[in-house]
Design a protein around this ligand. Structure first.
Ligand code: DON
Length: 304
């Protein structure tokens, strides 16, 4: 495994056009695009890493996997009254379907869906308390107590979050929200601003690769059925309007973030964190996707 990912990291660093870093969140625009990292956590507990696997980056939408898991833990299948389970085929921050679909987002991974999930997990609590719970959960699954929110990124998102605020207010106009919109947005922006490295991510996804049980600690995080379902959603919706292309090229459940990270799950085998901040046109990591495609080819891990 080490030689496979060393070779992938070398190949990725040799590519000149590494994509464009996200610029709509000013703090993310400052990140050097010339970086690549990959970490592979096997279900037998071994962890392999290559590139700058200790460098922290903004996990952005990858956080939506963890907030969805938390929401399912708190409310079970009741969440599906508020959010759907279908791919949207539209960009991550699109508002267009909400009007025809009564303010119910297509899935928990588009921005509107994740904002809804934030509302669901708040249950009247202050953003600070809810964020502490989200962080606690991520630290627990990643087995790293130092994971924290990057306040500069959160501030940057808040200042430039007009689109997300529009989505939230539009959904609230259907009478769906249980908490004040500003507080829900504050929670959402802050959980997107959590900073992790690829090894954190790989370890955090292990429960999804191992039927809901963290194979290292032996703790059951979710039931086997729930792990399967979260993986199904990641496969169908984890890359927005690029989900079909990702399934075609990589063949693994995956969740991307505009910080350039991707968490991919090879059920029964491994959890993989990749990061390279340059994005493709859809907003998914360009080299991250290429690296996962190479890894899936070399290991035969595609689920198909
Ligand atoms: O709300 C946003 O726009 C960001 N906090 C997250 C978007 C994101 O990561 C989309 N992923 N590719």
């Amino acid at each position: 495994m080490q030689s496979i990912i060393d070779e992938i990291a070398r190949d990725m660093m040799a590519i000149e056009n590494k994509g464009e870093v996200a610029s709509y969140i000013p703090q993310l625009a400052k990140v050097d695009p010339n970086q690549f990292a990959i970490s592979v956590a096997l279900t037998n507990g071994e962890v392999y890493q290559a590139g700058c696997a200790d460098t922290l980056f903004s996990i952005q939408s990858i956080s939506k996997v963890f907030t969805l898991t938390l929401a399912l833990g708190k409310l079970g299948d009741n969440i599906w009254h508020r959010v759907g389970r279908e791919p949207s085929g539209d960009p991550f921050n699109s508002i267009v379907q909400l009007e025809h679909e009564h303010g119910k987002p297509r899935n928990p991974f588009i921005n509107a869906g994740a904002i809804t999930i934030a509302d669901l997990i708040m249950q009247g609590h202050a953003p600070k308390e809810v964020l502490a719970e989200i962080l606690h959960f991520i630290r627990y699954v990643a087995d790293d107590d130092s994971i924290a929110i990057d306040e500069k990124v959160a501030h940057s998102e808040l200042k430039t979050g007009a689109r997300n605020a529009s989505l939230a207010h539009f959904m609230a106009s259907f009478g769906h929200f249980e908490n004040p919109v500003e507080k829900v947005l504050g929670t959402y922006f802050h959980h997107c601003s959590i900073a992790m490295n690829t090894t954190n991510l790989a370890k955090a996804g292990l429960f999804l690769a191992n039927n809901g049980v963290n194979p290292v600690t032996g703790y059951t995080v979710v039931s086997a059925q729930r792990a399967k379902r979260i993986n199904a959603l990641m496969l169908m919706c984890g890359h927005y309007d690029g989900s079909g292309e990702f399934a075609f090229r990589v063949g693994l459940p995956g969740k991307s973030g505009v910080g350039g990270g991707i968490l991919a799950v090879a059920p029964g085998k491994a959890s993989i964190g990749v990061w390279s901040p340059g994005l493709d046109k859809i907003g998914n990591s360009k080299l991250g996707t290429m690296a996962l495609e190479l890894l899936a080819n070399k290991t035969g891990w595609s689920i198909f």
